[in-house]
Design a protein around this ligand. Structure first.
Ligand SMILES: Nc1nc2c(ncn2[C@@H]2O[C@H](COP(=O)(O)OP(=O)(O)O)[C@@H](O)[C@H]2O)c(=O)[nH]1
Ligand SMILES: [Mg+2]
Length: 404
């Protein structure tokens, strides 16, 4: 095959070459259909290029793949620049960026699947009210993990940043030491201009975890606030979900959503130092007894409670010990792979839902139809159910006609 002799040819021809080749093929076809006409084939592009075009089917699609393959390679070499760039792609609202990001993710996942010596990775979510000490804990804990030889990535899901451009996470405490460390990567919460609402931010984070792991970070910490839906979403993207609470004990426990304690595999009572030490001890007891009456997230694991002072570096090693024991228990029972698989399915459905709603909202006819129905629903002339059925019917008919 001629293509075997093409090692020096760049696999992707330029736009001009693709155009020249198309013009050549067009003129040739015209000439073949009517040889007496004055149309003569244009200058034929060099043979090796033609062969490259035909045999490699090198369209712009593959130009994207070579870009993503290059990024995947740089990621594997641990390039922080490539990691930052890849996460920016994932967060971008530009469709070409998103297409490239999806290619990159699938390249990375494929390589990870094929790799025989892939390091095990551990994803930990940390949630808690603002001011409870999540960032301070992550700074101390992250530094401890580096000492243990791990590479640590820190990501954030901040429900406030996508709507207001503000941040209720991470900004007071900036994790200065950890950010400067060679083996740590701290990604501030995404800024405005990135895709949509909390679920989009969460989805980006979910994809960013995969990219961090591809770059060799074996422990990923995801910080979020127990506000809105963010903690449920974070729980759906990590192996272990950790709740940080203050030494307030019973009162604070009352204020917490019951669901969030139920989601937790571990509760860290932070600020167990100085005058707060006694309060932290009784808070830990309150949580331990509260957990007894709650359902465990897994039949193999009962949530543990630990007292920590992130400021004074107390209880950090104990926290890791508990996390490792969770990791070992779940891995031994093959539960982590199962959990990740189930989570991928959940995210697939989230994506299907949001993609369908985006498409439905983006269609002009559907928009007009919805506007009419909304006023009828508002006036009570139509039930919400009837209106919803009608919108979905209009949408599906357009899909059938291939118009969406
Ligand atoms: N006494 C004490 N204060 C702490 C501890 N951890 C954090 N803080 C303080 O709590 C405040 C909020 O911490 P931060 O990490 O920004 O909380 P976040 O909003 O949950 O990320 C800061 O002023 C910290 O210095 C701790 O272990 N002990
Ligand atoms: Mg914070």
């Amino acid at each position: 095959m001629l293509s075997r002799n093409l090692p020096t040819v760049s696999p992707c021809p330029s736009r001009a070459e693709v155009l020249a080749f198309s013009l050549y093929m067009l003129s040739r076809r015209l000439w073949l259909s009517n040889p007496t006409a004055k149309v003569r084939p244009l200058f034929r592009p060099p043979l090796y290029r033609t062969t490259a075009l035909v045999t490699l089917r090198c369209t712009y699609g593959t130009a994207t793949s070579s870009k993503s393959a290059q990024l995947a390679e740089q990621l594997e070499q641990g390039s922080r620049y490539a990691l930052a760039k890849s996460i920016t792609l994932v967060e971008s609202s530009r469709s070409d960026h998103r297409a490239l990001a999806q290619e990159l993710l699938s390249t990375v996942l494929k390589r990870q699947k094929e790799s025989k010596d892939a390091k095990p990775t551990f994803r930990i979510g940390l949630s808690g009210s603002p001011g409870v000490g999540k960032s301070t804990f992550i700074e101390a804990f992250g530094m401890y993990l580096l000492e243990q030889g791990h590479k640590v990535a820190v990501l954030a899901v901040d429900p406030s940043s996508s709507r207001t451009g503000g941040s209720i996470l991470g900004d007071k405490t900036r994790m200065t030491e950890l950010s400067r460390a060679d083996d740590a990567y701290v990604r501030p919460s995404p800024s405005r201009g990135t895709l949509g609402g909390v679920s989009d931010v969460a989805r980006n984070t979910n994809e960013a975890i995969i990219l961090c792991e591809a770059a060799g970070y074996d422990v990923t910490l995801v910080e979020t606030v127990g506000v809105g839906q963010s903690e449920t979403m974070v729980a759906e993207m990590v192996d272990m979900f950790v709740l940080l609470v203050g030494p307030g004990g019973g009162d604070e426990l009352q204020g917490l959503k019951k669901g969030i304690v139920e989601l937790s595999d571990m509760v860290i009572v932070n600020k167990a130092d100085g005058k707060l030490e006694d309060a932290a001890r009784s808070a830990a007891m309150d949580y331990t007894s509260a957990i007894k009456f709650l359902q465990s997230p897994s039949p193999l694991w009962k949530a543990k409670v630990v007292r920590v002072s992130s400021r004074n570096n107390i209880g950090i090693d104990k926290s890791w010990e508990i996390m490792k024991s969770y990791f070992d228990t779940m891995t031994a029972a093959h539960k982590l792979a199962e959990k990740r698989g189930a989570q991928r399915k959940v995210w697939m459905w989230r994506q299907i839902t949001s993609e369908l709603v985006d498409r439905l909202n983006g269609d002009e006819n559907v928009k007009k139809h919805v506007a009419k129905l909304e006023s009828q629903v508002f006036d009570g002339k139509m039930t919400s159910g009837q209106a919803a059925d009608s919108v979905v019917d209009v949408f599906l008919n357009k899909v059938k006609e291939n118009k969406i």
